[in-house]
Design a protein around this ligand. Structure first.
Ligand code: DX5
Ligand code: ZN
Length: 219
């Protein structure tokens, strides 16, 4: 498998929501590849972020692919409400829904299907869905909040997923999400990740473009 280009996906959860359009333009102009949209329902995670209306607004502020991360109990009910503007839609393997049906619905809607796995969940949990996703999102923090410290023990999960991918000739992105900075980007890419979600490190930086370039350079 040829090496994958590193994709930097700033998460708007960390941006100044009072200036959402400007912030997204700042990341877009700053060289981001994707815009990561963290949707939270207050059930699957102990936080509520935003929904379809905000993601729709985000799509009017950038030409970049929207990488929608559904930290919600029933992603199957919401795929149609995001698929019009999303490039990829990721659901959690731990959420109470029919994971295979949701992944198929995402693909049927014309989006890349993503499967996310939280830190306590063993990688084996994704085995029944092998071949059903285009993107594996390995959470490197516990879902629910930005600005948390990176969990380096998650790199073992990334390495194992990359090993399975090579050995079984599968083709999917491995995305890491949470605590990605210049310092944690390199080991993540080395382990096999190619999509790097960076919220706090980009949006809290004075110079978003420099931060994005630095992450991509070490990634
Ligand atoms: C956490 C979200 C992450 C987060 C990014 O539940 O999935 O995408 O917003 O984290 P930081 O701010 O650490 O980059
Ligand atoms: Zn996320």
């Amino acid at each position: 498998m040829p090496p994958r280009k590193t994709i930097v996906a700033p998460s708007i959860l960390a941006c100044d929501f009072s200036r959402l359009g400007t912030e997204i333009a700042r990341a877009t102009g700053g060289g981001a590849d994707w815009i990561h949209c963290d949707v939270m329902d207050g059930h699957f995670v102990d936080n509520i972020s935003f929904g379809p209306a905000i993601v729709e607004a985000a799509s009017r502020s950038t030409h970049l692919p929207l990488d929608v991360h559904l930290m919600i109990d029933r992603p199957d009910l919401y795929v149609p409400r995001f698929s019009r503007v999303a490039s990829s839609i990721t659901c959690h393997v731990e959420a109470p829904h029919d994971v295979s049906r949701t992944l198929q619905a995402i693909r049927d809607a014309g989006c890349l299907a993503g499967l996310a796995i939280s830190p306590p969940t063993p990688l084996e949990k994704i085995r029944p869905h092998w071949g059903q996703f285009d993107l594996l999102l390995v959470m490197t923090v516990n879902p629910g909040y930005g600005g948390q410290p990176f969990l380096p023990e998650m790199l073992e999960k990334v390495r194992l997923a990359a090993e399975w991918r090579e050995r079984e000739n599968q083709d999917f992105h491995i995305e890491v999400d949470g605590g990605i900075t210049v310092d944690t980007a390199a080991p993540s890419v080395e382990a096999g990740a190619s999509v790097l979600v960076a919220g706090t490190s980009v949006f809290k930086a004075g110079d978003a473009a420099a931060e994005i370039a630095a992450i991509r350079a070490v990634g």
